[in-house]
Design a protein around this ligand. Structure first.
Ligand code: C2E
Ligand code: CA
Ligand code: CA
Length: 686
């Protein structure tokens, strides 16, 4: 017992040999018979250890396995060295890896041969996995478009080609160097902080190119345990392009695509800045609202592409002008407000300097604008508002500069106007009209007044002119001059004109029904109404609706409306004449009709403008003009009608000049229908 506790018995040893997870056996070198086999080895042949002893290797592990092992055995015996090799075996349908060691025993000639077989399947699998994963990582690094680097403790261990390309280095120039060497000094503190924190994060910073320029990048940092080491992986994403795209998006958001000038959004920001810069002393600055006078005409006649070119050319001229002003330390700033509108801001030292500035802006438009091979004279109407007196907010300033611009337009274009309170009131009035006009037809606020055109002796009724009135309740009655231009600019003139035609015909039909069989009505047209494409159709339809003939209707147009040689207009006039409708030229003598043109128009009446009649008989030139018009009318077989006849002297003078039809307060004022009817009764009773 004591012996067994202090020394290892053979039996203990044998049991131990059965416990180790290795197949062990010993063979006689000469006979190849088994001297010893542990449990695991014997199991290879499906035997118990004691059954294996005395058998040959072939009898234990089979012929095929013995053939495989033979070359190794011969080598061991011949060279008297240990031979180790590994191979795969298939047991129970599973592939396993074993490592075989053959150890010679005995000298000089080995008498015995030890065989040790270890199952290394697990080992192999781990090794394979590790190799595969490093292959995979290498492939991934090479294939990635992002730059990737690994470092251990700040020293680069691996870099992929994209990162080398991004920074302009070769592989050997980067591996082994410090990561921080590839970061611009301005970013060192930040990068060091991230590195020492060991955190996994991403952040935007800069990388340093070999030629010294900084590249905007995003660093994405991860920790990895790999090949037994803690490594830091850094993905370096180049932000150059996305930065450029962001800058571009930002630029587009605040610039106008056509001209490249700051747009309305930018303008608003700029005005806020200007107000800020004015500070508590509220240093004044000016806002100029520029509206091109001819762009609509260019668009209509040459197409929008040419219109765009004009806008670009004007934008360039104005930019150059502003750039040239800027060295004077009084910055002039330009934006496109939209359409054919530009806005400038300018901080002048005093009013005289501002006036001077506005004048020089106007001079920019003096030189013709070149578009392709053509050159145009493009002018602008300019409105000026001054901070803070004309407005304290961007929108107020713009609104008032716009109102002043509108005044410049009505003053005949190519002019500059400064905002003042009176304009504001006029603009408010226009705004009020604008708002009320829409619903006024449905509300029945419009009414026609009627004024007769009579023979010179005042006894015979030739025609009745319908004149529009707008009853604004408490605000009184508005005359057409106050609202027709607004309606025209808002495109409400077509429905309104239609209402006038319809109401005039209703009245006419009533008169005819009451026995006044040769009643005729004259209706005034406005230019957009006349030019609307289905105007003629709507007139003819209205006549039919009211059971009237064309002969009972006269339409009054102005010279301006008949200008130009538009075939569509010519056709409209002919169709009206063919329907028996007569045409009159209103306010004749104020426009510039060409006489040869007049001859070709299907016009039957010339209405001599009131301004000439008013000066009769005192003004010799008015007498001459009126005389000429009357002769012209008679020469062309037309009727001359004198408007605005207020005095007997005027009537007599006109009569002596041969005028046979007259209209004016002397005979009758424009009257509502009921009053007209009473007036008519007295006329007929006379
Ligand atoms: P108009 O066609 O020249 O009309 C004559 C204007 O002179 C009318 O002004 C009339 O009231 C006024 N008048 C008539 N006799 C005399 C007179 O002896 N002395 C003076 N001082 N004035 C006289 P009203 O009604 O204010 O109309 C102004 C203009 O508005 C008209 O000028 C016409 O161009 C336009 N208009 C009137 N009704 C309509 C309409 O239904 N549609 C359109 N588009 N325009 C209209
Ligand atoms: Ca008229
Ligand atoms: Ca007139």
């Amino acid at each position: 017992m004591p012996a067994s506790s202090s020394t290892l018995s053979l039996e203990d040893l044998m049991r131990l040999m059965d416990e180790v997870p290795v197949m062990l056996a010993c063979f006689d070198a000469a006979t190849h018979r088994c001297l010893y086999a542990n449990v695991h080895y014997a199991r290879l042949g499906g035997l118990a250890p004691e059954q294996a002893v005395g058998r040959t290797a072939e009898e234990i592990i089979g012929q095929e396995a013995t053939e495989r092992i033979r070359p190794a055995v011969e080598r061991v015996l011949a060279e008297r060295t240990t031979v180790t090799y590994s191979r795969s075996i298939d047991t129970d349908g599973q592939r396993r890896w074993i490592e075989v060691s053959l150890v010679p025993w005995g000298a000089p000639q080995p008498e015995r041969l030890f065989v040790m077989i270890t199952d290394i399947t697990k080992h192999r699998a781990a090794e394979l996995a590790s190799k595969q994963s490093s292959d995979r990582l290498a492939k991934f690094m090479a294939a990635s478009v992002e730059g990737i680097a690994f470092h251990v403790g700040g020293v680069i261990t691996d870099v992929n080609p994209p990162l080398l390309r991004l920074l302009g280095y070769d592989n050997d120039q980067m591996t082994g160097r410090r990561t921080i060497d590839f970061v611009p000094p301005s970013e060192h503190a930040r990068v060091r902080q991230v590195m020492s924190s060991g955190a996994e994060l991403s952040y935007e910073s800069l990388a340093l190119h070999r030629d010294g320029h900084a590249i905007p990048v995003e660093y994405i940092v991860r920790d990895m345990d790999w090949a037994g080491q803690r490594q830091r992986m850094i993905v370096v994403r180049d932000l150059t392009e996305s930065r450029a795209a962001q800058d571009r998006i930002r630029f587009l958001a605040v610039h106008d695509a056509l001209t490249g000038l700051p747009n309305r959004v930018h303008l608003d920001e700029h005005l806020c800045e200007m107000i800020d810069m004015s500070g508590p002393e509220r240093t004044p600055f000016a806002v100029l609202f520029l509206d091109l006078d001819q762009l609509k005409r260019v668009n209509d006649s040459l197409g929008h592409a040419s219109g765009d070119e004009v806008l670009i050319a004007v934008a360039e001229k104005l930019s150059a002008f502003c750039a040239a002003r800027s060295p004077l330390d009084r910055e002039a700033w330009l934006a496109r407000h939209g359409g054919d509108e530009f806005v400038m801001t300018y901080r002048a030292a005093d009013h005289a300097q501002l006036v001077d500035f506005v004048d020089s802006v106007r001079r920019v438009f003096e030189t013709p604008t070149q578009v392709g091979t053509r050159s145009f004279r493009v002018t602008a109407s300019i409105g000026v508002a001054i901070y803070p007196e004309d407005g304290e907010t961007p929108s107020q300033l713009l609104k008032n500069a716009d109102a002043a611009m509108y005044l410049a337009k009505t003053a005949g274009r190519d002019a500059a106007r400064y905002f003042d309170r009176a304009i504001a009131r006029a603009a408010d009035h226009a705004l009020m009209i604008e708002e009320a006009l829409g619903p006024a037809i449905e509300k029945g606020e419009f009414e026609l007044y009627f004024q007769p055109e009579l023979s010179a002796d005042g006894k015979r009724l030739v025609c009745v002119e319908a004149l529009l009135r707008w009853n604004r309740g408490d605000l009184g009655v508005l005359t057409p001059d106050e609202f027709i231009p607004v309606a025209e600019s808002l495109h409400q003139i077509v429905p309104l004109g239609q209402w006038v035609l319809d109401s005039a015909m209703t009245q006419l039909a009533r008169w005819r029904a009451n026995g006044w069989h040769d009643a005729r009505v004259a209706v005034n047209l406005s230019s957009n109404q006349f030019r609307s494409p289905d105007f003629v159709d709507s007139v003819l339809a209205a006549l039919q609706r009211h059971g009237l003939t064309g002969a009972s209707l006269e339409l009054e147009l102005t010279e301006r409306m008949l200008m130009g040689n538009d075939p569509a207009m010519q056709l409209a006039l002919t169709r009206l004449r063919d329907a028996g409708i007569t045409l009159a030229i209103d306010d004749f003598g104020t426009g510039f009709s060409s006489l040869s043109r007049l001859r070709t128009l299907p016009v039957e009446t010339l209405k001599i403008d009131q301004s000439f009649v008013r000066e009769l008989p005192a003004s010799a030139s008015s007498v001459a003009i009126v005389n000429t018009i009357i002769e012209l009318a008679h020469g062309l077989a037309m009727t001359a009608v004198a408007e605005g006849v207020e005095t007997t002297e005027q009537r007599q003078c006109l009569e002596s000049l041969g005028c046979r039809v007259m209209q004016g307060f002397l005979f009758a004022r424009p009257m509502p229908a009921a009053e007209f009817d009473r007036w008519l009764q007295t006329l007929l009773g006379r």
